[in-house]
Every structure is written in C-alpha cells, then in structure tokens.
Design a protein around this ligand. Structure first.
Ligand code: FE2
Length: 279
C-alpha cells in the first residue's frame, strides 16, 4: 500500500522508487536463471530462423517474432567486421525478450503476485495487462546507450496508461548506465510512436516537435539491486552506455490498463499467448 507521500511523488515526478521491493533471494534466483537463458541462446540458430526474410526487414521480423517468445538480441558492438562475437556470448547479449513473464517459470513467478497487483492498483491500473518483459544486461564495456524516449511510443492506448515496472537485478549507478529521467516530464506530449504497418513494416513516426530534455535536466536514478522503479509511460528517460567493468542487469515489465483501448498499430500483438494481469 503506497503512502500519500509516495502517491504525491508519483504524480509530481512521473516515477516512484521502491527500494527492497524484491528480496536478495528473489533477485539471485532470476539473475541465475538469466545466465542460464543466455547459455541456452544460440545467435546462429536465430539467424537461420530468419533466413527467409528479406535482409532489410530482418530486424523487424526478429522483433515481431519475439513478441510471444524468448529471443536474445546482441549488443551492437558485440560482433566484429566478420560478424563473429568479439567476446564470450555471456558478455555479448544486450537483452532477452519479450514474453519471459509468460514462458519461463522463474520469471513468471517474479512478475506476478499480490504485492505487484496491489501496487498496480495504487498506481491506478484498474485492469493490468502485462504485454512485455525484457531482461536487459547492459554489459560491461559495451553496454549500449538507449537514447531519450517515452515507453508509451511502443504501447499506445487511449487514454495513455502504459506503466513501466523496472527491477534492478544489479546495482545501477552513473558508471554502469543507470536510468536518467526528466522530473515531471510525464506531463509533456508523446513525441513519437512506433507503428506496425501493413506487411509488418515497423516505423518510428514523429508526433510532436517538443524537443527532448537536455542532459542538464535529467535526474540519475541510481538504485540498488532489488529496487523497483515504476514510471509513467510518457516520462522521457534514457540510459548512458556502460563503459565500466560492472554489468547492470535489469528486468522490465510494460503494463497497460485493459479498460483503455490498445492501439491496433502497436508493434506487439498477442495472437497465441493469452494476456494476463499480475495475479
Ligand atoms: Fe524505456
């Protein structure tokens, strides 16, 4: 149950930081499972799966196929000029997505339960729907930058309801690429949307010319492992590259309210797996 003070912070800032939301044992269990998933991930096998797709649409097809699967994606700097891994696979995976919360028993348990259901209700989600999970590695040395964006660009509902649940599985600091966000920026407009057109083409569309905040306006969200950061779908945020020797593993859930209309143009659709809430 959130306090009045926490609800005020949520409304004012567009985010809420909940330290110790997950116990060290829960965090250790998913971190161990994460490393097993990486071990099982075969970058070559996936390339074969997409060999029938035209090269320019490869990335679109890979993303769409991951909506109801658990697929690994490599860091941009993971491959050399010959397309070979520069370093061991365990240090090359950027993320795994996007249905771990439904397909993997360990992540399923981590992603559901009464504590999350109560929190979602407090945040105003009347009928939570868990569309997507991502396990983000932010690898030491090569962990890529994620530029300014709003998560609502990827999950448009009318009205806007998408809420991000961002779990730190390792300490996140300025050095290893913590989140940075614009305090109160969730009251601004949606700048872009990611559209899935006929023929499964994906395209980023500019909706509003409001500029992104400057880096001077960004607040670092440095948090310890086990912390849950919830943030509003319209909150502008980014994360810097990780040039440090420390990995920054995080796990995210993107949740909308089923009472709002989910845009048919969103990239992520559920065709086989049923959509579930937190319980
Ligand atoms: Fe994001």
């Amino acid at each position: 149950m959130l306090s009045a003070h926490q609800l005020d912070a949520w409304q004012r800032d567009g985010w809420l930081v909940l330290p110790h939301f997950k116990s060290p044992a829960e965090v250790a269990a998913v971190r161990e499972r994460a490393l097993q998933l990486v071990e099982a991930f075969d970058p070559g096998e996936q390339a074969a799966v997409f060999s029938t797709v035209r090269p320019e649409r490869l990335a679109d097809a890979a993303l769409i196929a991951s909506a109801e699967a658990m697929h690994g994606f490599l860091e941009e700097e993971a491959l050399d000029d010959q397309g070979r891994l520069r370093q061991p696979k365990a240090a090359s995976v950027n993320k795994i997505g996007h249905a771990l919360h439904d397909l993997d028993p360990v992540f399923d348990a981590f992603s559901h339960g009464p504590a999350l259901a109560a929190l979602a209700a407090d945040l105003g989600l009347r009928q939570p729907q868990l569309w997507q999970s991502m396990l983000i590695f932010k690898q030491p040395g090569i962990g890529g930058e994620v530029r300014w964006h709003q998560d609502a660009s990827f999950f448009v509902t009318h009205p806007h309801t998408v809420t991000t649940f961002w779990f730190a599985l390792e300490d996140a600091t300025r050095d290893n690429g913590c989140l940075w966000a614009e305090r109160g920026g969730h009251r601004g407009p949606l700048r872009e949307r990611f559209v899935r057109e006929a023929g499964d083409r994906l395209r980023l569309e500019r909706l509003d010319d409001t500029p992104w905040p400057t880096t001077a306006e960004a607040q670092p969200l440095e948090v310890q492992a086990g912390t849950l950061v919830c943030f509003h779908g319209l909150l502008p945020h980014y994360s810097a590259p990780n040039r440090s020797p420390q990995r920054r593993m995080a796990y995210t859930l993107h949740v909308t309210d089923g009472t709002a209309a989910y845009s048919p143009l969103n990239w992520l659709r559920r065709e086989r797996l049923p959509l579930r809430g937190f319980v």
